[in-house]
Design a protein around this ligand. Structure first.
Ligand SMILES: [Ca+2]
Ligand SMILES: [Ca+2]
Length: 170
């Protein structure tokens, strides 16, 4: 039979500590040490999973906010670049979304995302601080009613809502 690692560890400790204490004392003295270490390991796992759980429960709140959000004004902005993007969840290289990037005189940018001629998202980049989600953000119309009802931080990843693709297939 294969010894379990717990027993083996005690035996190794036991053999190391043989000497002045004698066999019984060193064995008895080592047992609580070994079990305390196991408890410590268990606690460490529990804390680890608790932190993971906390992060998982907080993440969706910080990722997206629901509400009624006003699209940004393009006043003072001019078109600086147009890109075609693959913005659905299937990265098949089909670039269904047109991104128009508008810039103003002080280096702020607004992105307009359209698919089949429908605006489904706006991106606003007022500065280069990714943590500044007040001034750098994304607005998405999740259900196609014309109201931008989802707000994300500027560096978050978003996808074409299903309604845009369905509208395009009509
Ligand atoms: Ca795609
Ligand atoms: Ca909406």
């Amino acid at each position: 039979m294969e010894q379990n690692p717990h027993k083996r560890r005690i035996r190794i400790r036991h053999s190391y500590s043989q000497g002045a204490d004698g066999d019984f004392l060193s064995y008895a003295g080592n047992r609580p040490v070994a079990s305390a270490r196991r408890i410590c390991e268990k606690m460490r796992y529990r804390i680890f999973f608790f932190i993971i759980f906390l992060l998982a429960s907080i993440a969706p709140l910080s990722a997206m906010e629901k509400g009624v959000f006003k699209p940004p004004s393009l006043e003072g902005y001019t078109l600086v670049q147009t890109k075609q993007l693959d913005k659905d969840k299937v990265k098949d290289g089909i670039k269904e979304t047109t991104l128009e990037i508008y810039g103003n005189a002080i280096g702020q940018y607004i992105g307009k995302y359209t698919c089949n001629g429908i605006i489904w998202e706006w991106g606003v980049k007022a500065n280069n601080n990714n943590d500044d989600t007040i001034n750098n953000y994304i607005l998405r119309d999740s259900d196609g009613d014309g109201i931008f009802d989802e707000r994300y931080g500027g560096n978050e990843t978003t996808y074409v809502p299903d309604w845009v693709k369905k509208a395009g297939n009509k």
